[in-house]
Design a protein around this ligand. Structure first.
Ligand SMILES: NC(=O)C1=CN([C@@H]2O[C@H](COP(=O)(O)OP(=O)(O)OC[C@H]3O[C@@H](n4cnc5c(N)ncnc54)[C@H](OP(=O)(O)O)[C@@H]3O)[C@@H](O)[C@H]2O)C=CC1
Length: 375
């Protein structure tokens, strides 16, 4: 490759010195020139600034890994469909982005830099547009789904059952973005908590975050009969096709959702699995009866509740999951040949991945979607 990636990074470093300023400038330019685009974005733009800057960062730093870059851009292009982004919107973004770079990277901005950025932007836009248009041939940009059950399991937690108006294809372990009527244009990702069902319904486990817009609306202000919008299923934390290896499935809090979906899928094909579900107290094990039913129905399934702040339950463990995991693994034959899937609070996922690695599990066998969730 040429010196272009170096020039692109050098200019971008000037934006990295003041991302908040650069993003305010960028969106200011964009909406001043194309006011009608404002309607595609949520009322509060703070998160959008962060999201766009993270996306740009990833694109800039992937300039010398074309395969990674292309797959990221394709995902991004498909994901933009639910926001109503179309081919004709891209030139306005190019103009605002170049204006921002010209201003923030003035000391290193040259004709060569302008050329490199223009080429990189147009190539990225072309990949995103092509992926979005291919996707449009097969899928709608979003699905309208009716809430058919709303089961409040705690003051801040609900399990929702949704029936999309048309089939929404997904693999266990993937997540969908959700938009509620209360907060137009605000999307939040939720893992699907079940393997595909004959009736096409999906379950979501939702904890209302303090001051959380979408989570609060889903837990406290939704009822059966209401509708939500769902984006397409995405995420790579899925079972390897054809693998029959044993599984170690680990879910903390509502991180149970994706590992429950994986457990349902794996149990149906007779795979041996251990599902460790972490909560502070027994009251936090909001889905234990359903997990016990899965265990009873499938001899290869073992459910292990892990309580960090109350005594252990029968067949369970007491302590913080990453701390008690090594002792648990020592008693589990052949675990190094298992595949591990971990979901839950980010610190729990990070500490659990480290504990698994230190104990001798290869990183290639450990799956989580922390990076995807953060991007
Ligand atoms: N695909 C995914 O990866 C998914 C991720 N999530 C994420 O999972 C989280 C679930 O939140 P919530 O239901 O409130 O979970 P909780 O805050 O109730 O925590 C669940 C368990 O994780 C433990 N835990 C938290 N931090 C640590 C740590 N640093 N080390 C060890 N154990 C820890 C808690 O124990 P203690 O507090 O005693 O340490 C508790 O046992 C959310 O952040 C959500 O975004 C949800 C769904 C899917």
């Amino acid at each position: 490759m040429s010196s272009e990636p170096r020039i692109i990074k050098e200019c971008f470093a000037r934006l990295e010195a003041d991302p908040a300023g650069a993003m305010s400038y960028f969106y200011g330019r964009l909406f001043a020139r194309e006011p009608q685009l404002r309607a595609l974005f949520p009322p509060a733009m703070g998160e959008q600034h962060d999201r766009f800057f993270r996306a740009l960062t990833r694109i800039v730093w992937s300039q010398d890994s074309p395969a990674d870059l292309a797959s990221h851009l394709r995902r991004l292009g498909r994901g933009h469909r639910r926001h109503g982004v179309r081919r004709e919107h891209y030139p306005a973004v190019e103009t605002a982005l170049l204006a921002t770079l010209r201003t923030y990277a003035a000391d290193v901005w040259t004709a060569e830099a302008e050329d490199a950025w223009t080429r990189a932007y147009r190539s990225a836009a072309a990949t995103m547009i092509a992926a979005a248009e291919r996707d449009a041939a097969d899928h709608p940009p979003w699905w309208v789904a009716e809430i058919t059950a709303h089961d409040r399991r705690a003051h801040d937690l609900a399990v929702l059952t949704l029936r999309p108006e048309r089939p929404l294809p997904f693999l266990p372990g993937q997540h969908v973005s959700v938009q509620t009527a209360r907060w137009p244009r605000v999307w939040r990702p939720y893992s699907i908590a079940n393997a595909p069902r004959p009736d096409g319904t999906l379950s979501l486990h939702v904890r209302a975050r303090p001051a959380g817009w979408v989570s609060g609306a889903l837990v406290r202000h939704c009822a059966p009969g209401d509708t939500v919008l769902l984006g397409p299923a995405t995420g790579a934390m899925v079972l390897e096709p054809g693998s029959a290896r044993g599984l170690l499935l680990i879910g903390g809090g509502t991180g149970l959702a994706p590992v429950k979906a994986l457990a349902e899928q794996a149990a149906a094909s007779g795979r041996r699995l251990h599902l460790l579900v972490a909560a502070r107290t027994g009251a936090g094990l909001y889905d234990l009866p359903a997990l016990r039913r899965l265990e009873e129905a499938h001899p290869g399934v073992r459910v292990v509740p892990v309580l960090s702040r109350s005594p252990r339950l029968p067949g369970g463990l007491h302590g913080r999951l990453p701390d008690v995991l090594p002792g648990f693994l020592d008693d589990l034959q052949g675990w190094r040949d298992h595949d591990a899937y971990v979901a839950g609070p980010a610190p729990l996922v990070r500490r659990t991945v480290t504990a698994l690695q230190r104990h001798g599990m290869s990183l290639t066998r450990i799956h989580h979607d922390l990076l995807a969730a953060e991007n």
